[in-house]
Design a binder for this molecule. Structure first.
Ligand code: SF4
Length: 292
């Protein structure tokens, strides 16, 4: 791995930001608009995109997973090694989550039932949430049982770190690299330093830019190498939750690509130059209304 592409070399080219601009990581790594006009509209013209149905559903699934994993940690700290109580209380978490997010669920249902919805998805949002919940619930409780049967004298702190072996939504300051000071990675695995990002939708090559960006930021902040990323894809196929993991090395090529994207998007904002419409626009693009 080239030394100059490690995050701790943020103070020299090519990592040193050329412009005094801070961009959120998702605007650099999200190449859904191939010309970068989404960034121009948002940062220069101050337009706000309208989240599409897939984005709304994805945000809810993200919240559910994060809610369950944090709840698991809390229950372990509260009930120690009492498997029965932890799993019983965790099993009741879905209804609590749905109550908390009733408004978002209602909105998604409303759009799904309207003529604008994607007809390819036969499952309701409630069906999907139940499937995500069941998958997570059984993964967590089987890990819990496994650790408890192997380690009879384990304490709650060690148990929590083995059952949920990552930091969720870690807050990171990306200013050194020209990124937002309030970044939040989906998950960071500390046993083998690895950035995990969760996606609900089809695979895109540029998704690896997100793990790369977070790896660079963590290297800049903590001075240790992060070489591995993993994008977890969750999709509903044939009425079932389908999960695939894309493990990848955060190599020079990805690092270089991330820096080029950052520099190009910073230039668009600094020069206030409209890059024009993308070669192909999807009407589900959050900024479609500003580009027609
Ligand atoms: S509608 Fe097209 S040009 Fe406009 S932001 Fe979306 S993808 Fe880019």
């Amino acid at each position: 791995m080239a030394e100059e592409l490690r995050g701790w070399n943020w103070h020299q080219p090519p990592l040193e930001p050329v412009y005094e601009i801070r961009l959120p990581l998702y605007q650099i790594a999200g190449k859904y608009c191939s010309s970068g006009r989404d960034v121009y509209l948002n940062r220069v013209e101050k337009k706000s995109g309208t989240p599409n149905l897939a984005m709304m559903r994805g945000a809810l699934f993200h919240s559910l997973i994060s809610f369950l994993l944090v709840r698991t940690k809390k229950l372990i700290y509260f009930h120690g090694t009492n498997y029965e109580t932890i799993s019983r209380e965790l099993s009741g978490s879905l209804s609590e989550f749905m109550e908390k997010h009733a408004e978002a669920i209602r909105k998604i249902e409303e759009i799904s039932n309207s003529g604008n919805a994607d007809k390819g998805e036969p499952l309701t949002i409630i069906d999907c949430l139940e499937q995500v919940f069941n998958y997570e619930f059984y993964s967590i409780t089987s890990r819990l049982q496994d650790v408890l049967t192997r380690q009879p004298y384990i304490g709650e702190d060690s148990l929590a770190s083995q059952v949920v072996p990552f930091v969720l939504e870690q807050q990171l300051d990306g200013s050194f690299l020209g990124l937002s000071p309030y970044l939040r990675s989906d998950a960071y695995v500390f046993s083998e330093p690895m950035i995990v990002d969760l996606k609900f939708g089809p695979r895109e090559p540029f998704h690896r830019l997100t793990t790369t960006g977070y790896a660079l930021v963590m290297e800049a902040l903590y001075d240790f190498p992060i070489n591995i990323g993993c994008v977890v894809y969750c999709e509903f196929k044939n009425r079932r939750l389908h999960i695939q993991k894309d493990f990848h090395i955060i190599n020079d090529e990805l690092r270089q690509w991330f820096i080029e994207e950052r520099d190009e998007k910073m230039r668009i904002v600094y020069d206030e130059s409209d890059p024009g419409r993308a070669a192909q626009c999807d009407e589900k693009c959050p900024y479609f209304q500003f580009c027609i």
